[in-house]
Design a protein around this ligand. Structure first.
Ligand code: DGL
Length: 279
């Protein structure tokens, strides 16, 4: 048992914008007793176009804010920040073992379920150019064939509320139709924004290809790690409702963030604007 950290402390979750809400939703669904503090760095979105140095800097600053908010664990609910900033966040916070990235759980799932197969990965330019998925899968399964495609229009498109409509389906079809991704057995959604367009992606492939949304896989990892550290909150869920127990911060207010969070959590989420770079 960790004597300094208590199970009742919140879980910190961050992303560049609304994408990490897919992970936050999966965590609150699996672990309803947990309190979360979410940070969407909307002022710097999209991370996928930024340098690795800039992303490291943002990630450390947000992680320090979440640590200051007394979080017992921090989930980097962003593939781009997981690829560029995970090690730096571990070092800066000193919370090794309680910093969760979204890449390793998806890689472990692929090794278990698609060993020696052809696996596609889509993500931001930064995630794809880091080659992180190909490297980590190859380390565990050298025979697998990992093909990767940067799909930079997708996260900003989703952030602007364009999903489940004709425009989004056309853009998705145009990316997925590229020859690079032909004959794959599974496709990793290597960006936490993409679960919002999973139905459209699955529509493109039909039942032939497993579309891997890592949000639920990450939630399971969160549960396992909390159990391992005896930090699972076993006290009853707070009676006074979702809005008061869960906190959502953004570095810049956006209407689409508020609307999407409403759809996700079935109630209006109160956003607090907090620019940690001006403190
Ligand atoms: N949601 C982020 C990810 O998983 C990326 C979106 C962005 O470019 O900011 O990579």
């Amino acid at each position: 048992m960790n004597n300094l950290i208590k199970p009742t402390q919140p879980i910190g979750i961050f992303d560049s914008g609304i994408g990490g809400l897919t992970v936050a939703r999966a965590i609150t669904k699996l672990l309803p007793n947990e309190q979360i503090i979410y940070f969407g760095d909307t002022a710097h979105m999209p991370y996928g176009e930024k340098s690795a140095e800039a992303i490291k800097h943002y990630s450390i600053k947000i992680a320090e804010f979440l640590k200051y908010k007394n979080c017992k664990m921090i989930v980097i609910a962003c593939n781009t920040a997981s690829a560029a900033g995970y090690k730096a966040v571990v070092k800066a916070t000193g919370m090794k073992g309680l910093i969760i990235n979204v890449i390793d759980p998806a890689v472990n799932y692929v090794i278990k379920n698609h060993y020696r197969k052809k696996v596609g990965v889509i993500g931001t330019k930064r995630t794809i150019s880091s080659n992180v998925y190909a490297k980590r899968i190859a380390a565990l399964d050298p025979v697998s064939d990992v093909v990767q495609l940067a799909t930079p229009l997708l996260a900003p498109m989703i952030e602007e509320g364009f999903y489940n409509n004709k425009i989004s389906q056309t853009i998705i079809n145009s990316y997925l139709g590229k020859s690079k991704l032909s004959k794959i057995d599974a496709l990793i959604l290597g960006c936490t924004h993409y679960p919002l367009i999973k139905t459209e992606i699955q529509k493109f492939y039909g039942k032939e290809v497993e579309v891997i949304d890592s949000s639920e896989i990450v939630a399971l990892t969160v549960k396992e790690v909390l159990e391992k550290h005896h930090l699972l909150n076993e006290s009853k869920p707070a009676k006074f409702g979702f809005k008061k127990t869960q906190q959502f911060f953004v570095s810049d207010f956006t209407q689409s963030f508020e609307e999407t969070s409403k759809i996700f959590f079935n109630e209006k989420v109160k956003l607090k604007q907090f620019n940690i770079w001006e403190e």
